[in-house]
Design a protein around this ligand. Structure first.
Ligand SMILES: [Ca+2]
Ligand SMILES: [Ca+2]
Ligand SMILES: [Ca+2]
Length: 317
């Protein structure tokens, strides 16, 4: 099986043997790179289905750039977080793109240019975009409003003294490191381009040096941290880290005072995804599963195949 030379014609593959391109592992680009008929799927090609091979192996699904958070002795760690603010599959250095099928975490697109983050996004759209990537928004667990666990804040604050506020890069504010209001950019930058705006804590002793970008500024980030419900039924969620139009306090790891309705969006609102599951597996309410072969979660969490159909590469057949 080979791809058509013109992959912009995705998801079609040329089965005649006359094509020139060969399949590759799936990347987050709005195209069917591995010629299996699915675009930007997060799971690997199941073995035994006769699907495209990559260097003799089954092709891998999209592998978002994530950082494993497994700090020693930290009871709330053991999860994965996007290394970059989420971007759309068709993002470039000059456009945030327009396709809303799923979120991506990467510093550059297939053309090798930087990508603007997915902005003007509502909580509802952000939540769906993470789920389509087999992930979810970063969770906060509360008991009587007190924070019990905070995935987003834990990664940001790790290793710093946050008693009077802290930042991903350290305990003291530095206006030059991240894209806040004092950077005077007044717009989002391509993800990761403020290359010192990174987490300084050792998020995983097994992967020393891994860091998360832009947790302070650039775009403020929706989290799965429910803060109540409006009279009309809309839910309220915390948005973290401040944005290109925020000042020091709002740019901090522990700042949780920005809580907005689920349908709010603005040019400074973005998100990043988290997961309890390793890349290639989906986080379905905390259970890690392969959406390519799980007949109870086929192609998406909660999509069950009606017997006798079974799940074959994310489709009930
Ligand atoms: Ca595919
Ligand atoms: Ca793709
Ligand atoms: Ca941010």
């Amino acid at each position: 099986m080979k791809c058509q030379a013109d992959k912009t014609l995705a998801p079609s593959c040329d089965l005649s043997g006359s094509a020139t391109a060969t399949p590759t592992d799936e990347i987050c680009d709005g195209k069917d790179n591995d010629c299996d008929g699915l675009i930007d799927e997060s799971w690997d090609n199941p073995s035994g289905l006769g699907l495209a091979k990559c260097a003799g192996q089954e092709c891998k699904g999209v592998r978002d750039a994530v950082v494993h958070v497994a700090a020693a002795g930290a009871p709330n760690s053991g999860y994965y977080v996007y290394g970059y603010e989420a971007s759309r599959v068709d993002a470039s250095a000059t456009s945030a793109g327009s396709v809303s099928t799923r979120a991506c975490s990467r510093q550059t697109n297939a053309s090798g240019t930087g990508v603007l983050p997915w902005s003007s996004v509502t909580w509802v759209v952000a939540d769906a975009a993470c789920r389509a990537a087999g992930m979810r928004l970063c969770k906060v667990t509360r008991a009587n409003d007190a924070v019990v666990a905070d995935e987003w804040g834990f990664a940001c604050a790790l290793g710093k003294n946050c008693a009077s506020g802290c930042y991903p890069y350290g305990s003291a504010y530095d206006a030059t490191l991240c894209n806040g209001a004092e950077a005077s950019r007044n717009a989002a930058a391509t993800v990761g381009s403020f290359n010192k705006c990174i987490t300084s804590g050792d998020l995983d002793p097994a992967n020393a040096g891994e860091a998360v970008f832009d947790m302070s500024g650039n775009l403020a980030e929706w989290t799965d941290d429910g803060r109540g419900t409006l009279a009309d039924g809309r839910k309220i969620y915390t948005i973290r880290g401040g944005a290109f139009d925020s000042f020091s306090v709002g740019l901090g790891c522990t700042f949780m005072a920005a809580a907005l309705a689920q349908d709010f969006s603005y040019p400074d609102t973005g998100f990043r995804c988290c997961s309890s599951c390793a890349p290639g597996l989906a986080d379905c309410s905390g259970a890690c599963t392969n959406l390519g072969s799980d007949s109870a979660n086929c192609g998406a969490c909660g999509t069950a195949c009606a017997a006798p159909a079974t799940c074959e590469n994310g489709v009930c057949e």
